[in-house]
Design a protein around this ligand. Sequence first.
Ligand SMILES: [Cu+2]
Length: 192
Amino acid sequence: MMTRRTVTAALAAASLSLSALTLSTTSAWTHEGHAHAEAQAGDITVTEAWARASAGMAKAGGGFLTLSNTGSTDDRLVAAKSDVSTITELHTHIREGDVMRMRPVEAIDVPAGGRVSLQPGGLHVMFIDLKAPLKEGDHFPLTLVFEKSGETTVDVVVKDVGAMGMGMSHGAMQNGQMNQGTMPGMGNKPAN
Ligand SMILES: [Cu+2]
């Protein structure tokens, strides 16, 4: 009897500390989320941060945002960091014949007085080896590292897999399928 009670108490304590952990994680995210869809690093403003909901068993996702440099010094986005994936990279799309391929880039220029959009079919943040599917309505912090302006954290909202953000100017992006659709057997899954 005592043994069982001890076990129950231990379990209760464990679940208590688990919920405390969950609580602190949530509040940390909420706190960082106060920067919300807009964040500032020096003269650089980050707006319209969103990620595409991941489809089915996809282990990668794309993140998109706009960078505005109101200062008089050129800067560069040199890294992105997030907890949603094992690896977070900066990518671009390159057309090879009829196929759009993604390539990692070392940095994304944010010229003085300039504005750069990371958008579907172009520059983007790549989340590789997602720890969990990105679901519509979720949001998560993404830290951006600039060469001169330092770091800032923006809240990224997850939008439906078909969301096209800035428009549908990319022919290869029809139906919201990125070129992961070229993977054998992955092309014609019905949308959720
Ligand atoms: Cu990519």
